[in-house]
Design a protein around this ligand. Structure first.
Ligand SMILES: NC(=O)c1ccc[n+]([C@@H]2O[C@H](COP(=O)([O-])OP(=O)(O)OC[C@H]3O[C@@H](n4cnc5c(N)ncnc54)[C@H](OP(=O)(O)O)[C@@H]3O)[C@@H](O)[C@H]2O)c1
Length: 343
């Protein structure tokens, strides 16, 4: 029998989401991007502790460079009796593997590294085939970078659809897309995206994209749900907002007698996204999970948090810019259109 910690949260008490495919997804998960701060062994240990604390959703990606360290933790858990059906694993194909052959190879490699024979969800990490070296600084640019080219993206998506047909992927998804891009993808996809992973925290609520995603029956997954205090230098800028220091949020945290991080997570789950907070620290990841099972926010508090939105995107993605692009805003179709797209 799979051994849980004595203070674990009962996974059946964690909120759940029913996806458009009918699959059930836990309403909160553990992120595994160690940034430039935490190595594979520490993250694998956190996944081990998180499973024993009651987490059943783990957000992985090829580019996090730690799937081969997490795989033995999953194998160990299955050998101790954790049912594969009770675990929901997301992985993602990185920007250097967008050709159909590379998508198929990357998915199989991630499955092998993680010791799985299917993914609950598999996402295209970014809609650009633009690669940057791990740990690069914010000014790094790859001269081969290109803007979004819809026909190319649909070839990548077609390869993900093929993985669904082969039974290697149950719920395909996108990440870091905009409404104009998602509209085109939905127009041309044979298999619709089931998940959309996007940056979501109180100071960056992405109301329009969030609502559009829900209206399309796609489940939003919120990354950097705490405002990513440990993010790499390349993702920091002077005008960043620190979510956990926002007065309205701190006031609510004081009222509930908890850390502001936990208010970010209660807000996320009550709003309807699936947050995937990262932590390697057992007290943090346990309290993060517990927070969404107890002491919910009131309607008035949710309304106050709506007022925290500052449209403060942190992950600007400027390292993916192509020659000729004006600014990082071009990556996000800031004026409502995709640069270079006439269709
Ligand atoms: N699809 C994408 O493009 C994309 C992009 C970015 C991230 N992601 C995913 O989203 C996950 C989460 O994003 P993130 O890791 O950048 O940011 P995050 O979850 O917003 O922040 C994580 C940091 O918050 C702190 N923290 C966690 N729990 C806390 C608590 N209870 N109290 C106080 N501080 C707490 C920890 O800082 P310390 O370590 O300093 O204690 C931790 O490193 C990633 O791990 C990854 O899986 C996806």
């Amino acid at each position: 029998m799979f051994r849980m910690y004595s203070d674990a949260v009962d996974p059946s008490k964690v909120p759940q989401r029913i996806l458009s495919t009918g699959d059930v997804m836990p309403g909160i998960g553990l992120g595994t991007f160690g940034s430039d701060k935490y190595g594979p062994a520490e993250i694998a240990e956190a996944v081990r502790g998180a499973l024993r604390s009651g987490y059943r959703l783990i957000d992985c990606a090829a580019c996090y460079g730690n799937e081969d360290a997490i795989g033995p933790v999953f194998r160990e858990a299955f050998s101790e009796g954790l049912d594969r059906k009770d675990l929901f694993v997301i992985s993602k194909v990185w920007n250097d593997a967008h050709s159909p052959e590379a998508v198929a190879a990357s998915c199989r490699r991630s499955l092998r590294d993680l010791g799985l024979d299917y993914f609950d969800a598999y996402l295209v990490h970014w809609p650009f085939p633009n690669y940057h070296a791990p740990g690069c600084d914010g000014d790094a640019r790859n001269p081969d970078s290109r803007p979004y080219i819809h026909e190319e993206f649909m070839e990548t998506w077609g390869a993900v659809e093929q993985l669904v047909r082969e039974g290697l992927v149950r719920n395909p998804g996108v990440s870091n897309v905009t409404i104009p891009k998602l509209k085109l993808i939905l127009r041309d996809a044979s298999v619709r995206p089931v998940l959309n992973e996007m940056e979501l925290h109180p100071s960056f609520q992405q109301g329009e994209l969030f609502q559009f995603t829900l209206d399309q029956g796609i489940q939003p997954v919120g990354y950097c749900p705490l405002g990513s205090p440990s993010r790499p230098e390349r993702d920091r800028s002077e005008d960043d907002v620190n979510d956990m220091e926002m007065p309205a949020l701190r006031k609510i945290a004081e009222r509930h007698g908890v850390h502001p991080a936990l208010i970010c997570l209660k807000w996320a789950v009550q709003r309807g996204q699936v947050p995937i907070p990262f932590s390697v620290k057992a007290p943090q990841y346990l309290s993060n999970l517990k927070a969404v099972t107890e002491d919910p926010l009131t309607a008035e508090e949710l309304n106050d948090l709506r007022g925290c939105d500052r449209n403060a995107r942190m992950i600007k993605g400027q390292v993916f810019l192509w020659p000729g692009a004006k600014s990082w805003l071009d990556l996000w179709d800031a004026d409502g259109r995709i640069p270079g797209w006439e269709g």
